[in-house]
Write a protein that binds this ligand. Structure first.
Ligand code: KIV
Length: 271
């Protein structure tokens, strides 16, 4: 598939954007056709999220998603990604130690065409991040709410509330970056805490339910299009319903809102 003619988005692009205060727009996609639409709308990073377990496969959680599923969808997305940086999620237990993480990240990059992998966890995954980074694999850390741990957590809740939990999150952010992560995703974190972590972080941060003070924003594409069945999280927003321009218009409007800092609004953030 052919993409847009803008220069490819790289890690250097994302670092420059943080330095210059240009917000990063990241969305999930799971196939080539939607990836091409994201590219045309000017999305910077496409995430092949393990959310595909829920929004594509109809599973109740992301836990059943396998490395084979991720490789298949990452390869589909890569064919339509154009200039976007392609990030692939490492699914449940695929990074339980450095050896498994290296083998599975290699598959996501070599068979799937990913430029970067994302993995959930804080201090517990530092040896894995070090091993990946030490082998030239770009890594995005994912802290705050970690949906792969849902059976341990019991519910999808805001993380980092209260002084001790906030300090643990600050410490996780520092440690993940120091271990070699190039990007840090924060999910369901109080807005003020996410803004503070962003101001101190050496690497760009991406928020989902983490307020407007992050260096970039991500949403699940099907939430943005209003087609996720059942209840959607408070931080999600439907940009399609009631707007002219169809899917292309919805994507364009979301990218513009992220770049202008008008998304997320206070109604999408947590205190
Ligand atoms: O799997 C996914 O789509 C994600 C986002 C919710 C950040 O990890």
């Amino acid at each position: 598939m052919t993409g847009t003619t803008r220069p490819p988005v790289t890690l250097a692009t994302l670092r420059r954007m943080k330095r210059e205060g240009e917000r990063i727009a990241m969305l999930t996609a799971y196939d080539a056709s939607f990836a091409a639409r994201l590219d045309a709308a000017g999305v910077d990073v496409v995430l092949v999220g393990d959310s595909l377990g829920m929004v594509v496969q109809g599973q109740a959680t992301t836990v059943p998603v396998t490395v084979d599923h991720m490789v298949y969808h990452t390869a589909c997305v890569s064919r339509g990604a154009g200039a976007m940086l392609v990030m692939a999620d490492m699914p449940f237990l695929s990074f339980r130690d450095p050896a498994h993480a290296l083998d599975n990240a290699a598959r996501l990059m070599q068979e799937g065409g990913a430029h970067m992998v994302k993995l959930e966890g804080g201090r517990d995954v530092l040896p894995v991040i070090e091993a990946l980074a030490g082998n030239g694999i770009p890594v995005c850390g994912h802290i705050g709410l970690q949906p792969q741990s849902i059976h341990k957590l019991g519910a999808y809740r805001v993380q980092g509330r209260g002084p001790e939990a906030a300090e643990a999150l600050r410490e996780a952010a520092r440690a993940v970056a120091a271990a070699g992560a190039d990007l840090l995703l924060m999910e369901c974190v109080p807005a003020a805490l996410a803004a503070e972590i962003t101001a101190q972080a050496a690497v760009p941060t991406i928020g989902i339910g983490a307020g407007p003070g992050c260096d970039g924003q991500v949403l699940v594409l099907y939430d943005l299009l209003g087609i996720t069945p059942g209840p959607v999280p408070r931080f999600a927003a439907d940009f399609l319903t009631g707007r002219d321009g169809g899917i292309a218009g919805a994507l364009q409007a979301w990218v513009e809102a992220v770049k202008a800092g008008t998304f997320p609004g206070p109604e999408h953030a947590f205190q």
